[in-house]
Design a protein around this ligand. Structure first.
Ligand SMILES: CC(C)(COP(=O)(O)OP(=O)(O)OC[C@H]1O[C@@H](n2cnc3c(N)ncnc32)[C@H](O)[C@@H]1OP(=O)(O)O)[C@@H](O)C(=O)NCCC(=O)NCCS
Length: 179
């Protein structure tokens, strides 16, 4: 499925709050899995907006499906973010999440490719890094599909759901031939 990206807006906050609270998504993120309140979502939004090195885009389908109920998801399918953008070393970290209804339809890969285009072609970064739980097959496959390679393994790096979890460091270089 093709997606359109737009810079995150205040009107996207309820979608993001629901997405980041959904256990099928949140279980794979490093933050604790729990219901995020509107107030907490607002704090997160204002923090991102104050940080020039943290950019968030919202992905929408590029068509309107008359059978979807707009009040539930609208046309938003997920989000992608580049954070810790470092113009000295020309690096950034990437994060992507897609609403479960849209999994395995190409949305995550499309968001990742768009963010890589922005990172490499628009602001001239040299590498983009993803930190992914070792037990997250969907993200490992998706980033692999988008040209990322595993560069390292961080044992017990994140405490989540009552135990320490291992994390893979994956990255993609701008010049893929150098990869
Ligand atoms: C990871 C995530 C973003 C993938 O999104 P998605 O829209 O389902 O991924 P795509 O459909 O674009 O998949 C892209 C490619 O990855 C591979 N892939 C993705 N999931 C896969 C799976 N479960 N098994 C095998 N291959 C898979 C496939 O090669 C796929 O391409 P194909 O369908 O043409 O074969 C989504 O599962 C998600 O939101 N997970 C929760 C949040 C998360 O884990 N984020 C990553 C941490 S930053």
């Amino acid at each position: 499925m093709n997606v359109c990206l737009s810079v995150m807006a205040p009107s996207d906050q309820e979608f993001l709050r629901k997405l980041r609270s959904n256990p099928d998504v949140a279980d794979w993120l490093f933050a604790p899995t729990r219901d995020i309140t509107a107030e907490e979502q607002g704090v997160w939004y204002r923090k991102v907006m104050r940080d020039p090195y943290h950019l968030v885009w919202i992905a929408r389908t590029d068509h309107i499906d008359p059978y979807r109920i707009p009040a539930l998801w609208g046309e938003q399918v997920g989000y992608g973010q580049l954070y810790d953008i470092d113009m000295l070393h020309m690096t950034a970290e990437i994060g992507v999440a897609v609403a479960p209804f849209y999994h395995r339809q190409g949305c995550g890969g499309a968001i990742t490719e768009r963010l890589l285009h922005y990172a490499f072609e628009m602001i001239g970064l040299h590498s983009v890094t993803a930190r992914v739980f070792c037990h997250n097959p969907n993200a490992l496959m998706m980033f692999g599909h988008c040209g990322f390679s595993v560069r390292g393994w961080l044992p017990d790096a994140i405490y989540k759901q009552g135990r320490f979890r291992d994390v893979f460091l994956m990255s993609r270089l701008n010049n893929v031939e150098a990869d």
